[in-house]
Design a protein around this ligand. Structure first.
Ligand code: SF4
Length: 663
């Protein structure tokens, strides 16, 4: 096994134990299961049953329900009975935080319980305590005593368990020894896993969630290494990005985190956590999972030349590939965004508003948004108006050759043209398309080609792959460039032929995000090609997705980041409405991370690395946080948004909206 995956150059599922949840089997090559969680009050049996049914009808194969205390745990029986009465036998999962008593009741009723090792036994006080080895061992024994009864009940009743670690809710003990790190997350789960195995209980699924996809991906990879190394086997993995938010950003963030792992065959069940009604999570899950259906996977590995072998890879962080700068691409520059306009029949000044440039004819000036593209790939098109200062063009070589003014336009070459020394090239930038490990590769003298690039500081590589394993192909090419010590910047080219924009969003997010979060790529260029000829590309949406991917991979920050929980039976206010309200007044605060969390029990821990937090602390009451510190307690909900703005002002984090746009 190559570290954390069965293969890094072809699609192979990670072998895991098999877990039985009611009649549903998870892991051991069974299809990737999709699931969600209800947001209703668990004591409202009918509302919870009806929402569960909507989720099941939308495709949920498991439904999770919160059980904050014994009474909700007991009411799971009524919910289960009512669902059975209405003909729904889908397995239920009880979600437990802080309350072992509730877990022990729920484990006798539902098919699976989820425990959070960060708070199952420990109360979170955000304290850093020095632990001697003896103190630490004493704590582990305390956990063993409190956790073992649940393990025994699960064994007796055939109930499955998820040990669900969250980046934001590690115990003070783990935080004190390992910090808020992926290895701390892994150790948190391993402590519980060792106790379960000592009781010969193996019906376990594990998760390592974070609102930061990069942290989440690293934690899962480390967990696999740890399980293989220490136990000699892997448990099935439940994948998810916590507090991903809503809309396009929530979908992009989830797809990047979940998809990066699925691409390497890791993951047996997924949940996309959105601050939206639970049933809206399922189509997103389906669009992710269908990429890995057996028929598609077969195709993934058979129809193309194999990717160059890779025996070892240990990707643990960003900036893995160092590059030099070619103008604004590579080096210390943020990744560039290239808008693909080559299919347009003509390019007009007003077309630029879709990619962040709005022309004001009165002032003859461009208003440039934070999500303004850096280049347009115009193909054969010519542009007959003055471009904004921050925008330049890339066009096909033969078209570029004929231009009289080449000051803002650069050629796109293929390998053959690039190797032809008789052709004139640009003295500043040459974009060079390289199709990685596809049917055309290698159709040229590789050694000569790579040597020439290496010594040419005008070349920006544009990496694409017709190989169905595009992520692995492009990743392998980036690694080959590193092996050859080639430091030219590389832009990731990603085309989508999906039928809907929702599917394209998932495709773009996975195929580029999976590379960006591992530190590969100095830019992205996304294009959709609908098979339906009547459907035209939505350039504004594609541009927004491109910037959303860079934001979610934390490689280029162009907007406020909202970390909002999906809500559940503990939620103390209308989370969707509140998130919309907070977003409406703070969306222009580029780079700021604002958390909107439904409850004070889990919210403060789960909001992890947010700069400011807006947390429900009682009916109609909000508590405001700066980082993890409470700054305004129990503010009436009606004035909480204004109080949040005051807090931002007091901390110099506020900009008046009219000054937020650069002109
Ligand atoms: S933070 Fe949100 S989803 Fe998590 S327990 Fe609280 S209300 Fe539920």
């Amino acid at each position: 096994m190559e570290l954390y995956a069965e293969s890094l150059t072809e699609y192979k599922r990670l072998k895991t134990l098999e877990v039985k949840v009611g009649d549903l089997l998870i892991g051991n090559y069974h299809p990737i299961r999709i699931q969600t969680m209800t947001t209703t009050d668990t004591m409202n049996t009918i509302a919870t049953v009806e929402q569960s049914i909507r989720c099941i009808e939308a495709g949920a194969e498991l439904v999770r329900i919160t059980a904050p205390s014994k009474k909700e745990a007991e009411n799971l029986l009524n919910i289960k009975n009512e669902l059975h009465k209405r003909g729904y036998k889908t397995p239920l999962v009880a979600d437990i935080h802080f309350t072992p008593n509730a877990a022990e009741i729920a484990a006798r009723i539902v098919e699976k319980v989820r425990v959070n090792p960060g708070n199952y036994v420990d109360k979170k006080r955000f304290e850093l305590i020095e632990y001697s080895d003896a103190d630490y061992q004493e704590e582990i024994e305390r956990i063993r005593n409190r956790f073992t009864p649940l393990v025994k009940i699960c064994k007796e009743y055939g109930t499955a368990m998820r040990i669900g670690t969250n980046h934001g809710s590690l115990s003070d003990r783990i935080m004190s020894r390992y910090g808020d790190t992926p290895i701390g997350m892994v150790e948190s789960a391993m402590e519980f896993l060792r106790i379960a195995e000592s009781e010969n209980y193996y019906n376990i699924v594990l998760s390592m969630k974070s609102s930061n996809p990069q942290v989440m991906v690293q934690a899962y990879r480390l967990l696999i290494e740890n399980m293989q190394g220490e136990l000699g086997h892997c448990y099935p993995l439940h994948l998810g990005v916590t507090e991903a938010g809503d809309g396009e950003d929530g979908r992009i963030k989830s797809a990047i985190g979940i998809g990066t792992l699925l691409e390497d065959g890791i993951g047996d069940t997924i949940r996309v956590s959105l601050t939206e009604d639970s049933e809206f999570e399922l189509p997103v899950c389906e669009n992710i999972v269908k990429r890995y259906e057996p028929s598609k996977v077969k195709n993934k590995n058979s129809s193309v030349p194999p990717i160059k072998n890779l025996s070892k890879l240990n990707i643990t962080g960003r900036d893995i590939r160092k590059t030099f700068a070619v103008q604004n691409a590579g080096g210390k520059n943020v990744p560039v965004v290239v808008s693909d306009f080559h299919k347009k029949t003509e390019i007009l000044r007003e077309d630029l508003k879709d990619i962040g440039y709005k022309y004001n004819p009165v002032t003859d000036k461009w208003n440039i948004s934070d999500m303004a593209a850096d280049y347009i790939f115009c193909g054969e098109n010519k542009i007959d108006f003055a471009l904004p200062g921050t925008l330049e063009l890339i066009c096909n070589y033969d078209s570029w050759k004929t231009l009289s003014d080449k000051s803002k336009c650069f050629p796109l070459l293929d390998e053959q043209k690039y190797l032809d020394d008789s052709l004139d090239k640009s003295s500043s930038i040459n974009f060079l398309r390289l199709d990685c490990y596809s049917k055309n590769y290698p159709a040229f003298d590789q050694e000569k080609f790579f040597e020439k690039i290496k010594n040419d500081n005008t070349v920006v590589l544009c990496l694409s792959s017709e190989n169905t394993n595009a992520v692995q192909s492009i990743r392998r090419m980036f690694l080959e460039l590193m092996e050859r010590e080639i430091k030219n910047p590389g832009i990731i080219i990603c085309d989508s032929e999906k039928e809907t924009s929702a599917e394209s969003l998932i495709h773009f997010a996975i195929e580029t995000g999976a590379l960006l979060i591992d530190g590969f790529g100095n830019g992205i260029c996304l294009s959709d090609h609908y098979s339906d000829k009547n459907k035209i590309s939505d350039y504004e949406l594609v541009n927004s997705i491109a910037f959303g991917i860079l934001q979610a991979s934390r490689t280029r920050i162009s907007k406020t980041e909202f970390i909002s929980c999906p809500s559940c039976g503990r939620t103390l206010f209308d989370l969707q409405e509140t998130t919309a309200k907070v977003r409406a007044v703070t969306h222009h605060l580029k780079g700021l991370k604002i958390a909107i969390m439904g409850c004070i029990v889990n919210g403060p821990g789960e909001m992890a690395d947010a700069d400011f937090g807006y947390v429900g602390s009682g009916p109609g009451k909000i508590t405001l946080y700066k980082g993890k510190e409470v700054v305004k307690r129990n503010v009436p909900e009606g004035i909480a948004v204004e109080e949040l703005i005051s807090l931002l002002k007091e901390n110099n984090a506020w900009i008046e909206p009219e000054f937020a746009l650069s002109v």
